[in-house]
Design a protein around this ligand. Structure first.
Ligand SMILES: C[S@@+](CC[C@H](N)C(=O)[O-])C[C@H]1O[C@@H](n2cnc3c(N)ncnc32)[C@H](O)[C@@H]1O
Length: 294
């Protein structure tokens, strides 16, 4: 029976170009996607196998034509997470960072929910930062993130860090990788939002996050983490949100307001400069957050 189902699924996947059914594509056409379609599509996509891991190459449309190579999944959900695939909000946030490289110069940055690392790797390559800490909480995502950071930001010697990564993953230390890219200290951390408590919060200049606003059940811990991080006067958060469902986004903005976080939408998507040779067909809003005490 299982075998029959698998064969059917394979036929279905071959017959229908799932890209066309992708929520990204449907939503960019203004089509509301019903929950059942989402659920069935997610089941099909998460059943696809390891061979769907690919290396994607992102070429930056600047004078350097920098190329970033990322190991990621072709599927929007794999191994039970959305984090193994780069989302358009990551690209939009990277665009924002590259366009604001002067504001970011010599700054310390922490990224929440980094996924496979598109925003951070672009920002470290294009801006002169003091430090950049990637973070996530899913084991497979963290492992792929470490590989991508090493692939794009390390010197040949540091590539040996793989062994170090394997060892520390087994300890309680939440820093999985530490390398230097030119003058920037780069780290990858296992940092679930629930662990960003008042006592453990690092003092950074910027907190970044792309496409972390989609599941209402996580809003309380995400907003509490942001509140704790924004406790320092100097800290600003820049959050890129894909507009999939206005109600979900509104609920997130309301929850932020309950945590006394000041929200300003900082640019209009249509006028945003893009540094990637990729289509920008999904609506992504970018917000600047600060503690409302400032
Ligand atoms: C949709 S993906 C976005 C990944 C990446 N920022 C991008 O835009 O391509 C959401 C990411 O948030 C991470 N995430 C979800 N809940 C989290 C939590 N409670 N703590 C830390 N990370 C979390 C997931 O593991 C995943 O990598």
């Amino acid at each position: 029976m299982d075998d029959c189902l698998k064969r059917l699924e394979r036929r279905f996947l071959n017959m229908y170009p799932l890209k066309l059914l992708s929520p990204d594509v449907l939503e960019s056409e203004g089509i509301e996607v019903c929950d059942e379609l989402y659920e069935n599509l997610c089941n099909l996509l998460s059943n696809q196998k390891e061979q769907d891991t690919v290396f994607k190459h992102y070429i930056l449309d600047d004078t350097s034509s920098t190329c970033i190579s990322l190991k990621e999944s072709r599927n929007i959900i794999s191994q039970g997470t959305t984090g193994l695939h780069s989302w358009q909000a990551a690209q939009a946030l990277a665009d924002w960072c590259v366009s604001h490289s002067e504001e970011l110069r010599d700054k310390e940055i922490l990224e929440l929910g980094s996924g496979v690392g598109l925003t951070g790797i672009t920002t470290v390559l294009c801006c002169e930062l003091q430090s950049y800490s990637f973070s996530d909480c899913h084991a497979a995502v963290l492992s792929t993130l470490c590989e991508n950071v090493l692939l794009n930001l390390s010197t040949p010697n540091e590539k040996d860090c793989h062994r170090f990564v394997d060892n520390v993953t087994k300890t309680m230390d939440n820093t999985l990788l530490r390398i230097k890219h030119k003058n920037t200290d780069v780290a990858v951390m296992n940092l679930p939002w629930a662990d960003v408590t008042k006592n453990t919060v690092p003092e950074v200049d910027f907190v970044l996050a792309a496409d972390v606003v989609y599941d209402t059940s996580t809003f309380t811990e995400l907003c509490q983490a942001l509140k704790n991080l924004l406790h320092y006067q100097k800290t600003v958060a820049i959050i890129a949100c894909t507009v999939r469902d206005q109600n979900t986004l509104q609920q997130f903005l309301l929850t932020l307001a309950q945590y006394e976080i000041k929200i300003v939408q900082i640019d209009v998507p249509s006028s945003r400069p893009t540094h990637f040779l990729l289509p920008q067909d999904v609506l992504v809003n970018i917000y600047r957050l600060q503690s409302s005490g400032q």
